[in-house]
Design a protein around this ligand. Structure first.
Ligand code: DAH
Length: 362
């Protein structure tokens, strides 16, 4: 049985014009009845396009009028037009029936759960800075911030790193083009947050207990563990009678708060020009039990977290403090390193490429 204008009957003879109209009618009405009550707006639209749309089957019937013998044209045209009206009416009725059971076709289903908008979050480095400063805040330390564009005098001289000191090489940095009255370039992007020790001592009276997070810069080739910019947190306490025991107790408590209450800490001698004595602090690896294949501690069992020491008498004196009366301790740590250790991140560059696949994990 032919069901479209292009079909032919089984014996190869052309169907009569009336048969063609009847075939389209039967097909269209059957398809319309078959649209289920759960039909979407798309299903109805598809039906309309197929039968009464601009290149639908009924439209093709109407267009084919010209190819009929003249005596058949009027009757066929009328028949096809009647069919068009009939199908339009049937469509409206079916659409109304479906709407009656499901609500308007294509309407929003208010019972569906809503789409939760994606929430923003803090950058992992900001989160880590806050964890660190919160740990110190709980021990009475105030948070300060200072300039990233710093005077050479604070970045180096005040920190007991005079211009001929070999330690300046460790801190090769970006200098600004501006020259001072003596013709020297004296402004740079700070290489560490330590200059804030001097700035705070100059403007505050003891007792001082501060943490200073902030960006630092070094003229350095970038690789998985180095970047030309990074963040540090400086820690400093200055008062009468501050001893190495205060340094140990405070940093031990910090390590436990940030890395877990079961952490062990290890202090070893180290050298920094602005402290005497100087130490480096390591925590026992939280990822392994001395497993030689551990990718966090590389089998050493220890993770170096920060440098620290008793504030050098020259640093105290530079800022106008009498080292016979006041003592203090200071510490400095790299925030990216702390975050990388905490989360097992293997490349510092992940923090600054703004890839949401990385950032949305924190
Ligand atoms: N400023 C040092 C650096 O950037 C880190 C540091 C080490 C800071 C020891 C300190 C300290 O306050 O006592 O490498």
């Amino acid at each position: 049985m032919a069901d479209s204008v292009n079909s032919t009957t089984g014996d190869g003879a052309e169907p009569s014009p009336d048969d063609r109209i009847a075939a389209v009618r039967d097909g269209a009405l059957a398809a319309l009845a078959a649209l289920s009550a759960a039909e979407t707006a798309d299903g109805l639209q598809e039906w309309r396009n197929r039968y009464i749309g601009r290149s639908g089957e009924v439209t093709l019937l109407l267009r084919s009028v010209g190819s009929l013998p003249p005596e058949q044209r009027a009757g066929f045209g009328q028949g096809a037009n009647r069919l068009k009206n009939e199908l339009e009416a049937a469509f409206d009725q079916r659409e109304a029936e479906i709407s009656a059971t499901t609500g308007p076709v294509g309407a929003i289903d208010v019972s569906l759960p809503g789409r939760t908008p994606a929430k923003g979050r803090l950058h992992p480095i900001t989160q880590t800075i806050r964890e660190i400063t919160d740990a110190f805040a709980a021990m009475g330390f105030q948070t300060f911030e200072g300039p990233e564009v710093e005077l050479e005098r604070y970045n180096f001289d005040a920190m007991n790193i005079p211009s001929d000191h070999p330690a300046r090489e460790m801190f090769d940095t970006f200098w600004l083009d501006r020259v001072d009255e003596e013709g020297d370039r004296s402004i740079l992007l700070r290489t560490h947050t330590s200059p804030m020790q001097a700035r705070i001592m100059e403007t505050h009276e003891p007792p001082i207990r501060v943490v200073v997070p902030g960006r630092c810069y070094r003229y350095e080739a970038t690789d998985a563990s180095h970047d030309w910019h990074f963040n540090q947190v400086e820690v400093m306490a200055v008062d009468e009678n501050i001893t190495f025991a205060d340094l140990k107790g405070t940093l031990y408590e910090f390590a436990r708060r940030v890395f877990g209450p079961e952490r062990k800490v290890r202090f070893r001698c180290d050298f920094f020009p602005f402290v005497e004595p100087g130490v480096d602090l390591a925590i026992d690896c939280f990822n392994c039990d001395g497993d030689p294949a551990c990718r966090i501690c590389r089998g050493s069992g220890w993770l170096e977290i920060l440098g620290a020491g008793m504030v050098h008498p020259r640093v105290l004196r530079y800022s106008g403090y009498d080292p016979e009366r006041y003592t203090g301790f200071a510490a400095g740590m790299g925030v990216e390193r702390v975050a990388m250790l905490k989360h097992g991140i293997d490349d510092i560059r992940h923090f600054y490429t703004n890839d949401m696949r990385f950032l949305s994990q924190f």
